[in-house]
Ligand binder design. Structure first.
Ligand code: PXP
Length: 241
């Protein structure tokens, strides 16, 4: 069965907005797991804009499923990952100014460093995935770099309007996915997937796992907001009695 990893960075974004303790990341992770998610995904960014170092160690200790750490290949972060030893690592590109991970990592031009990081992580028995655009040359380079797994960037598919363009992007994903499996790597995908566009990607042959964050957290806000207001109203009314 195809698995779902839920990216909970946005819970930490909200918490960091007030430098506070609310919303609690571990409580969020527990709710996600209780609802059936197969894994918890977080991105420890170099600028620490949402997830903090202490979060990943607490998550590793407390979650019941498995931790998938998204990370750049900077030496500081690599050392943290080696200490943390999560079940999965997904290597992503990282730019300071970007809102989110905007494209896949260019394995072709960064192969030497990527290969070295993959080897060090695998030596710690961490399953390593490379987050790449659905290009055959990138899939081949991921295989040559020793990756266990490829996570195909679905951003281009998600950003194009439904119709001809979307079909073309889906076909690119299908071809890249096919080669990934032929080269003996596990096939994952993610980025920009939502409640309207997920089904065709989930239906790609041999898809193992989808990692989804933004749309799930956004849906949670909209489905939870009514209750949150009702709870507050109830408390306020008590003062008027
Ligand atoms: N996979 C990877 C490697 C990512 O970097 C992200 C975004 O942090 C996601 C999946 C989830 O993307 P989204 O938040 O758009 O669902």
């Amino acid at each position: 069965m195809i698995k779902l990893g839920v990216n909970i960075d946005h819970i930490a974004t909200l918490r960091q907005a007030r430098n506070g303790i609310e919303p609690d990341l571990l409580e969020g992770a527990a709710l996600v797991e209780k609802a059936g998610a197969d894994g918890i995904t977080v991105h420890l960014r170099e600028d620490r804009r949402h997830i903090q170092e202490k979060d990943i160690f607490l998550l590793k200790k407390n979650i019941k499923t498995r931790l998938n750490l998204e990370m750049a290949v900077s030496e500081e972060i690599v050392k943290i990952a080696l200490r943390l030893k999560p079940r999965n690592v997904c290597i992503v590109p990282e730019k300071r100014q970007e809102l989110t991970t905007e494209g896949g990592i260019d394995v072709c031009s960064g192969e030497k460093r990527i290969r070295e990081v993959v080897r060090r992580l695998k030596n710690r028995k961490i399953m390593v995935s490379l987050f790449i655009d659905p290009e055959l040359r990138q899939v081949r380079a991921a295989g040559e770099a020793g990756a266990d797994c490829v996570e195909l960037h679905t951003g281009a598919y998600a950003n194009v309007k439904a119709g001809k363009g979307r079909k073309k992007e889906l076909e690119r994903l299908r071809k890249a996915g096919k080669l990934t499996v032929e080269l003996g790597m596990v096939l994952n995908a993610g980025h920009g997937l939502d409640y309207r566009n997920v089904i065709p990607v989930a239906g790609l042959p041999r898809m193992n796992e989808l990692n989804i964050g933004h749309s799930i957290i956004s849906r949670a806000v909209m489905t939870g907001l009514g209750n949150a207001v009702r709870e507050m109203k109830k408390l306020i009314r008590k003062a008027n009695k």
